[in-house]
Design a protein around this ligand. Structure first.
Ligand code: UD1
Length: 435
């Protein structure tokens, strides 16, 4: 049931876009690794399952994972097949598995259905490092008869996953790898910190250049995952869309700087507590009353406005006065969720053209990747089927902002990246029934 401002406190733990990768990094170590601040999300269950199939012992207590890869060398590489389909993380296991076992099998990949989500950058990079890739109907068989070797690689787009692929393949490769046009998302920098703790030699230069000097062996790590800035922003947008007031415990200013600038431009207010007084770090986000401002947003790789911030922000922008413009430049197909918002009374038109400041690689290619949002719109309850993780959370926010009752189907997709979100909603005084 919508129409009630969400207010109160929620705690956000480790980043969903780091934790599974950190778990894969544990495969590279010769000794056990400990990861802290681990959220209880489905992606962690999936990767735990994959690691166990490879012989890693995974012990999980609240918020903490201890992973011992001692027995990996005896594991059966094709066992990964059992978990095919539900996660894209297996592709990142290539490097670690090749280093450990000499080969890797990667089943057909699942994950959110956003565009085609290709893996060509991953495979090109692996091939350049000496891997041989064989495509079969059930997945990819990859090995490296002469071992993985350092080389110069340039990505045509600063892909997060491909950057992680190169990092985790190059740390134990022979020689030095130079990666150009690398992604430098805070989660990647945190992964580099983990690899450094393990003994890796990685230098992040300016202009998206990363140099990795291969070493002979790595140990385990003990690391506290950085907070999920994408989830934190989702709650911030929920506060704005429902005229509420939410304090996100765990949220940190620096990785959210770009988001905070946008939040302020829209008319949202925030107050950063950097923990200087000994309390937990947090950011309070609230709607100050009065109209919100229409703005233009262009999504981008870090340090730009992240594509995962886009969908929840669009819901808030349905309440802004005037015409807002969103240009999605990271995914070709991340505006489909606006149809459901229109069913609820929003006025959003999507366009194939690049609207906003610059042209992107999706212009002239028939992808509806720009949106004009006309507000403020009176949102009404509707029956909705959740399409993907961020789109799903945005439907949830829209339903909570709307007048009347909404029914949402497919909530399990939201659990992939949002820990205990129904309990958090209860803590924020949301009114809902779980059927
Ligand atoms: C990660 C995040 C996701 C986020 C995205 C961009 C995880 C688990 N997911 O996804 O939440 O939205 O970064 O910040 O961390 N591409 C190719 N070929 C490839 C790889 C990517 O063309 O081989 C394209 C994609 O289709 C997309 C763009 O590059 O258009 C960005 O993808 P990428 O940065 O790799 O995203 P993910 O790592 O999958």
């Amino acid at each position: 049931m919508g129409g009630t401002p969400l207010s109160g406190e929620v705690t956000v733990r480790g980043a969903k876009n780091l934790v599974p990768k950190a778990m894969v990094a544990a495969l590279l170590g010769s000794t056990p690794s400990t990861l802290r601040n681990v959220p209880d999300v489905v992606d962690v269950d999936i990767v735990s399952g994959l690691l166990k199939l490879h012989g890693v012992t995974v012990e999980r207590t609240d918020g903490k994972l201890v992973m011992d890869p001692g027995a990996v060398d005896h594991a059966e590489p094709t066992a990964i097949n059992v978990h095919a389909g539900s996660s894209r993380i297996p592709i990142l296991m290539c490097g670690p598995l090749i280093h450990r076992l000499g080969s890797a099998f990667i089943p057909d990949l699942g994950g959110c259905k956003i565009g085609d989500r290709p893996i060509d950058f991953h495979l090109d990079a692996l091939r350049q490092m000496g891997a041989k890739v064989r495509k079969e109907t059930d997945g990819l068989y990859i090995d490296a008869p002469g071992g993985l070797r350092g080389t110069k690689i340039e990505l045509s787009f600063p892909s997060v996953g491909a950057t992680e692929q190169v990092l985790m393949s190059a740390v134990l490769a022979e020689g030095t790898t130079e990666l150009r046009n690398a992604a430098v998302e805070p989660e990647i920098i945190d992964l580099i910190c983990i690899l450094q703790k393990m003994g890796a030699q990685i230098t992040v230069h300016s202009n998206r250049v990363v140099r990795i000097e291969g070493v002979d062996s790595l140990t385990g790590f003990d690391h506290r995952a950085l907070t999920d800035r994408l989830e934190a922003a989702s709650w911030a947008c929920a506060a704005l869309a429902t005229k509420g007031d939410i304090t996100v415990i765990g949220a940190e200013q620096e990785p959210m700087m770009t988001f905070l600038n946008t939040y302020r431009k829209v008319g949202g207010r925030f107050d950063v507590n950097d923990g200087g007084d000994g309390s937990a770090k947090s950011i309070r986000f609230w709607h100050p009353g009065g109209p919100l401002n229409a703005i233009a947003i262009e999504t981008d790789v870090a340090p730009g406005f992240q594509t995962d911030w886009q969908q929840p922000m669009v819901v808030a922008l349905t309440q802004a006065e005037g015409l807002s413009i969103v240009h999605e430049t990271v995914y070709e197909n991340r505006l489909g969720f606006t149809e459901a918002l229109n069913q609820m009374g929003a006025r959003i038109q999507v366009y194939r053209e690049c609207l906003g400041g610059s042209t992107c690689r999706f212009g002239q290619r028939n992808f509806q990747h720009s949106a004009v949002i006309s507000g403020p719109a009176h949102l009404r309850g509707a029956e909705l089927v959740i399409p993907d993780l961020r789109g799903g959370f945005s439907y949830l926010i829209a339903a909570l902002a709307a007048e009347g009752e909404s029914t949402l189907h497919g909530l399990e997709l939201i659990y992939r990246g949002y820990e205990n979100f129904l309990d958090k909603l209860t803590a924020l005084n949301a009114k809902y029934d779980e059927l």
